[in-house]
Design a protein around this ligand. Structure first.
Ligand SMILES: [Zn+2]
Length: 71
């Protein structure tokens, strides 16, 4: 049970689940359909049990976009 509670914090910023809208790893992969996003270091390090809050998703999407713009 303790392990389960740990996984209920955002994988990136550590916020607790009750405070934000969360995405599970499968949701992230299933919804984005964006290989650049899915290949991001943070996203590819998510485990099956990791969750991520919407703000962190947005941050990562912006970073991926910035990287593409630089190419
Ligand atoms: Zn977060």
């Amino acid at each position: 049970m303790i392990g389960y509670i740990i996984y209920m914090n955002c994988f990136v910023c550590g916020k607790e689940k009750k405070d934000f809208e969360v995405w599970s790893n499968k949701l992230v992969i299933g919804i984005t359909f964006d290989s650049d996003f899915q290949n991001n270091d943070i996203i590819s390090n998510m485990s099956d049990k990791s969750i991520i809050c919407h703000q962190c998703i947005v941050d990562i999407q912006n970073k991926v976009k910035d990287n593409l713009d630089c190419k």
